[in-house]
Design a protein around this ligand. Structure first.
Ligand code: UFG
Length: 330
């Protein structure tokens, strides 16, 4: 029986972990990636079909060749700060790319679609519990582009019967504990890998972006979720769709928030090394606090996050960093 699942962005950080989880669950992950921000060396668990989401003809070819039973859509530009400087790229690549993919999937009769969305679609909502019914009021172009894709999927569901599970991620961190895949962005912008680089002397001190937020220690608060737990939810989401349970949105976060200073403290205790840091200005587009207030994924999907405590996330990221020097072969 065909068990092919098309994984866009399978060469990237989250997509490569998803491919490992899909393979372990008996599926064949077919990576569709242009390798612009991902790494061919991260594609270890199934075939790589190189292509760009803006190239509809190439998408049609890959759907015809592999006849996937579902699509998981990870490929996207995903940096909040960059999206404020280059909003046009975010709208074009994220929204047009997803639109092409959804149209190609419908044309190929591949009607189960799992989508990586983000808590950045909620925006900065002080004192609001962020659950799946919260208003979506993004304050950066990245979040706005993801919200638009959610709307596309809803419309495609109504018009063409495209079934979707939408996951709104909080801050994804950590790495495969076996260090087969991990986090490596070029350039790196994420807090934990930058901190590990600074600890290791690979770059100068980490800059804390803003110390005057209205939080107990003045720095931004985020809800960190382990990448392995996150991708487990995607396998459950695929099974949810295959069992006919219908369209659903799930937050993926733990409900615990940590400030930037708290992440620094935990990194110090896990690595037993000093974390060189300096205090800097706020980064445009950053929300003060993003913490999930939902247990829908646990209650309805049966999601059981096992590694999403900050120590485990930093420890696994540190192991990957040390085993591989923090990057794939170039
Ligand atoms: N931060 C610093 N210094 C740095 C890098 C980050 O202080 O050098 C701070 C940020 O200001 C933020 C926190 O660390 O408060 C986390 O920043 P990241 O860049 O690691 O993550 P973001 O919260 O900006 O974005 C990530 C994903 C998005 C997702 C978002 C949801 O990249 O795709 O989480 O919060 F939408």
């Amino acid at each position: 029986m065909n068990k092919n699942v098309l994984v866009t962005g399978g060469a990237g950080y989250i997509g490569s972990h998803a491919c490992k989880a899909l393979k372990a669950a008996g599926y064949v992950p077919v990576t569709f990636d242009n390798c612009s921000t991902g790494w061919a060396d991260a594609v270890k668990f199934g075939p790589l079909a190189r292509g760009d989401l803006l190239d509809r003809a190439r998408l049609d070819e890959v759907f015809a060749e592999y006849q996937p039973i579902a699509a998981m859509h990870f490929a996207a530009l995903s940096q909040v700060g960059e999206s404020m400087q280059e909003p046009g790229r975010y709208w074009r690549e994220n929204v047009t790319g997803a639109l092409n993919l959804a149209e190609a999937a419908v044309a190929a009769g591949c009607l189960d679609f799992v989508f990586s969305s983000t808590c950045a679609t909620y925006g900065d909502q002080d004192n609001v519990v962020l659950d799946e019914n919260s208003a979506q009021l993004p304050i950066n172009a990245y979040g706005a582009s993801k919200r638009a894709i959610e709307d596309i999927l809803k419309d495609f569901g109504a018009a063409y019967g495209l079934r979707h599970v939408i996951f709104r991620y909080f801050n994804v961190a950590g790495a495969d504990p076996e260090a087969e895949v991990g986090e490596f962005h070029q350039p790196e912008t994420h807090l934990i890998p930058l901190m590990l680089d600074a600890i290791d002397g690979k770059r100068d001190a980490l800059t804390i972006f803003g110390t005057d937020y209205e939080t107990p220690d003045g720095t931004c608060i985020r809800d960190y979720v382990h990448v392995c737990d996150l991708v487990d939810a995607h396998v459950l989401g695929l099974e949810w769709l295959k069992s006919g349970k219908g369209n659903r949105v799930f937050n993926l976060g733990t409900g615990d928030g940590f400030s930037v200073r708290e992440v620094i403290q935990h990194s110090h205790s896990v690595t037993n090394r000093d974390v060189p840091f300096v205090e800097g200005d706020r980064r445009p587009g950053d929300c003060t606090k993003l913490v999930s207030g939902s247990s829908r994924a646990v209650n309805e999907l049966g999601w059981n996050p096992k590694r999403s405590n900050l120590e485990a996330m930093i420890r696994d990221a540190w192991r990957w960093h040390q085993n591989t020097d923090g990057h794939y072969a170039k």
